[in-house]
Design a protein around this ligand. Structure first.
Ligand code: PLP
Length: 395
């Protein structure tokens, strides 16, 4: 065996990235795979943002930036938090990182000691549990129900808390369920946390703008009593179709932000300077400039829900945001289709890949073994064709 660390041996491979690799492999063999597995908008980065990056190159932005980001970018983040979330952060409370993924990694590294428990309402974003584990924290999964729109209730939170609980991590809008916590629902959770002042919250709001409710986004840090114990995570990957640019950020109590800055200073330094300059322009723009993408996602959401209704055995909630549906497909467990026995969501997702040539992701990776995740960041024609194929192979 190879002498690798236990740390890496114990880590699971990102299921979404693994599915992407498998899709590429099958495509290289000439198979016509429709990819509904990726968490990536299928739009291009808007022109006004690209222009800012080109300008930055021509203006000779080529040196190391401050570790926690250019001041102008941190100011744009502060403007954004105020404008969109009514949150008042100051410069020492903001850290810009190489994607929200690194923001989350930093937070885990600076907040968790061995054995500290982190409550993860299921389904949760695929990387949370491994980011927590690599920091020697212990993920504590809380199963939610489709009847409650996959949201954790206050009593479920209360029941999950132990003397070892250090943090709660969640995303709203949620990847993978598309659920959105209302202000009232956040207040109910905050009410529980009031009695447990040593618990900190990661509120991952990266899908903030991809919201179909017509109501404004609710931030945990804006709930009474929560500002000083919440790390608000956000980024530009989803809202501005900038996944490859790798810029994310946090707003947090300054002692946490300072620690993240210290961690990042030894690991990656400041994120790519050209991307940072472009993000200044993105964040200073009014969110309505990217509304055309949200409108299109909403149409696709309705289309997917409509089409899935026509397939027996799919049970879904109505996602209110992000670009995923997370159907419960446990109806198929124990059944044999085309000579293949489906025992779990892994088998089901693999069956769809091999027989329907449609890539999805098993719910296992998100802490819910009865579901699969279907991304609708694909054209309406692709969606129609994919669901037609899925229907055919399940008949
Ligand atoms: N948080 C959630 C809920 C996500 O879905 C993603 C990306 O898929 C991230 C964070 C990471 O985003 P970034 O591209 O900024 O690293």
């Amino acid at each position: 065996s190879q002498p690798l660390s236990e740390r890496i041996l114990n880590m699971s491979t990102s299921a979404t990235l693994a599915m992407a690799a498998k899709t590429r492999e099958l495509r290289a063999e000439g198979k016509d795979i429709i990819g509904l597995s990726l968490g990536e908008p299928d739009f291009n980065t808007p022109h006004f943002i690209k222009g800012a990056a080109i300008q930055a190159i021509n203006d000779d932005y080529n040196s190391y930036s401050p570790v926690d980001g250019y001041v102008e970018l941190k100011e744009a983040v502060i403007t954004k938090f105020k404008r969109d979330n009514d949150l008042t952060y100051t410069l020492p409370q903001v850290v810009v990182s190489t994607g929200a993924k690194q923001s989350l990694y930093n937070v885990a590294q600076v907040m968790l000691n061995k054995g500290d428990e982190v409550i993860l309402p299921c389904p949760y974003w695929v990387s949370y549990s491994d980011i927590v584990k690599v920091a020697e924290g212990v993920p504590v999964e809380v199963q939610t129900s489709i009847e409650n729109d996959f949201k954790m209730t206050a009593s479920q939170l209360e029941a999950a808390i132990t003397p070892k609980t250090k943090m709660l991590w969640f995303s709203s809008p949620c990847n993978p369920s598309g659920s959105i916590y209302s202000k009232e629902e956040l207040e109910a959770l905050a009410q529980v946390l009031k009695n447990h002042p040593n618990i900190y919250v990661v509120s991952d709001e990266i899908y903030e703008h991809i919201n179909y409710t017509g109501k404004s986004h609710a931030s945990m840090a804006s709930v009474d009593g929560m500002f000083d114990r919440t790390i608000t995570v956000n980024g530009v990957s989803k809202a501005f179709a900038m996944t490859g640019w790798r810029v994310g950020y946090i707003g947090a109590p300054d002692w946490i932000a300072r620690a993240c800055n210290k961690m990042q200073g030894q690991i990656t330094s400041g994120t790519n300077c050209i991307a940072q300059r472009a993000v200044i322009t993105a964040l200073n723009a009014d969110p309505s400039t990217v509304k055309y993408m949200i409108d299109e996602f909403k149409e696709r959401r309705d289309l997917v829900l409509n089409l899935l209704e026509g397939i027996e055995g799919f049970q879904t909630n109505t996602p209110e945001g992000a670009f995923y549906v997370f159907p419960n497909i446990s109806y198929f467990f124990g059944k044999t289709l085309r000579g293949k026995t489906i025992n779990n969501a892994n088998d089901f997702s693999l069956y769809l890949l091999e027989e329907a040539l449609v890539a999805t992701v098993t719910g296992d990776a998100f802490g819910n073994p009865n579901c699969i995740r279907i991304s609708y960041a694909a054209s309406q024609d692709q969606i129609k064709e994919a669901i037609k194929r899925i229907k055919e192979v399940l008949e």
